[in-house]
Design a binder for this molecule. Structure first.
Ligand code: BG6
Length: 491
């Protein structure tokens, strides 16, 4: 396939946890897609590492199956699959023991012109030990390390983890992935705000009434109940993905897209979040847990059944009314809501503008609905701007509310790349703009910790909601108390 994309520099990517779920579902398919688009140089090398003793051939077979399962059949044709598999090799090594490491060091140092990248697709408790061994075997010097959430379970553990990684790798070699930042529409949010003169003058409390950020999933916790029960929706989604979205909506225009210019602005937002603790937790947060119900036309079990336990206080739903205490946003609530087993899978940001100050359409039929800008992350990525127009036809002015609707799939007719495709190549390019800096992660925990602590101290457990609904009714009350309502599709 001919490509208008520029290949990245040669690299040697070592994936720790190469036989795990993230590697199978996301990393290998992402690398493969970049390869067929011609972005991976011929001499790039991918080394899989895990504890399992496997030959190169066995690892290639594992990768072949992963690609058959996760890539469109038509993309695997024409020798593309075999060419990609030819890049792969395997080393068995344990984070806590030396065998295997000298061989890894030998292979990486045998490729002096290649950029060394280490992707830690492992459990977070292994980040420290793996970094230590990377240091011990001389692999850290020019290497870049990629880690992913959970980065800690609270501020204290995040500080410790960042410390362990930071002992070996300086911050400009650490890439903390939040895959939401690699999503096409999330980057589009920056394009929308900063490549158009239209919105920025209105982007403040004089013109914006409130913002809603919804990340709703129809699936339950499936086979991840073990991990999920130690995390819950606040740690799994709010501390990272949702706060990152909030930051991109609320940040001041950075002076450039340089990594630190963007990250400095996001950090200021996180630091300006109004604290939520024992005093206000009950009035501005709602947590829920799903019970058995229906999804996609079939009966589905409740969280406790999936967990195989009679009791758990882990929340599978969170709604929060957040506030950014600065000049631009004072008085503008940011309503966040996320949950598993909700009515449908939809992620979107709705920016609700203020109503017109005065209606000149005295007896026109149809109320004037305030404008809304809806940025739809998934599915059907796109942007909608809801406007009032006159209903066509004679008979006087009747007003109606319609969207200027730009669906990316219809407008561009290209495959929407997975977030990991973008992010993995950004690591090779040395571009940290879409990665979280250490102080951002820590600031997010500083806001989240007191909420978790207030919940722990509360007498009532998470509120039950039926699977396949929009969460506990208290979440509806949370926003309706303010005279607003959750908007599905911004309508
Ligand atoms: C992950 C969470 O970070 O994001 C999962 O751990 C969640 O629980 C997932 O399902 C959602 O990602 P996406 O890209 O499917 O919206």
């Amino acid at each position: 396939m001919t490509s208008r994309l520029i290949p990245v520099a040669p690299f040697v990517l070592t994936v720790f946890g190469a036989t795990g779920d993230l590697s199978r579902r996301k990393l290998l398919p992402a690398l493969f897609h970049r390869d067929i688009d011609g972005q991976i140089p011929d001499d790039a090398v991918i080394i899989g590492v895990s504890r399992r003793p496997l030959s190169d051939e066995e690892f290639r077979n594992f990768a072949r199956q992963a690609l058959v399962d996760h890539v469109a059949e038509s993309d695997l044709e024409g020798g593309a699959l075999e060419r990609f598999l030819g890049r792969l090799s395997y080393i068995a090594a344990d984070a806590d023991a030396d065998p295997g490491w000298p061989e890894l060091a030998h292979r990486v140092s045998g490729l002096p012109g290649h950029i060394p990248v280490y992707y830690l697709a492992t459990a977070p408790h292994l980040f420290g030990p793996i970094c230590e061994r990377l240091g011990k075997f001389g692999l850290a010097d020019h290497g870049r390390v990629v880690i992913e959430k959970p980065i800690g379970k609270d501020l204290e553990s995040a500080l410790k983890l960042n410390e362990q990684v930071g002992k070996i790798f300086p911050e400009d070699q650490v890439y903390r992935i939040d895959h939401y930042l690699g999503k096409e529409t999330v980057q589009n949010l920056m394009a929308l705000r900063f490549a158009n003169a239209l919105f920025e003058p209105l982007w403040n409390n004089a013109h914006i009434d409130h913002v809603q950020i919804t990340v709703a999933e129809a699936l339950g916790v499936e086979d991840r109940a073990g991990y999920y029960d130690t995390a819950g929706a606040m740690r799994d989604m709010v501390q990272n993905h949702m706060l990152q979205l909030l930051c991109l909506v609320a940040m001041e225009p950075p002076s450039s897209l340089e990594a630190d210019a963007v990250r400095d602005e996001k950090l200021k937002v996180l630091r300006a979040l109004k604290p939520i603790d024992d005093h206000n937790m009950a009035s501005v947060t709602v947590r829920g847990q799903y019970r058995a119900g229906a999804s996609a036309g079939g009966a589905v079990p409740g969280y406790l059944e999936e967990l195989g336990s009679e009791r758990s206080e882990t929340e599978t739903f969170v709604a929060v009314k957040a506030e950014v205490e600065n000049w631009r946003w004072a008085g503008v609530p940011f309503y966040l809501r996320t949950g598993k087993r909700l009515a449908s899978r939809v992620s979107e940001i709705v920016v609700g503008f203020r109503p017109v100050p005065h209606s000149v359409f005295g007896d026109a039929v149809g109320a004037i609905v305030p404008n809304r800008l809806v940025i739809r992350l998934q599915p059907d990525e796109g942007v909608k701007l809801w406007l009032m127009i006159k209903d066509p036809g004679p008979g006087g002015i009747r007003l109606t509310h319609v969207p200027l609707d730009m669906s990316f799939a219809k407008a561009f007719k290209v495959r929407n790349p997975d977030a990991y495709e973008r992010l993995l190549l950004d690591v090779v390019r040395g571009n940290q703009t879409l990665f979280m800096r250490r102080d951002e992660v820590e600031a997010a925990w500083r806001w989240v910790d007191p909420i978790l602590s207030a919940w722990r101290g509360a007498k009532d457990p998470p509120r039950p909601y039926t699977a396949g609904t929009w969460g506990p009714s208290a979440a509806i009350a949370l926003i309706e108390r303010d005279g607003r309502t959750w908007l599905e599709d911004g309508a």
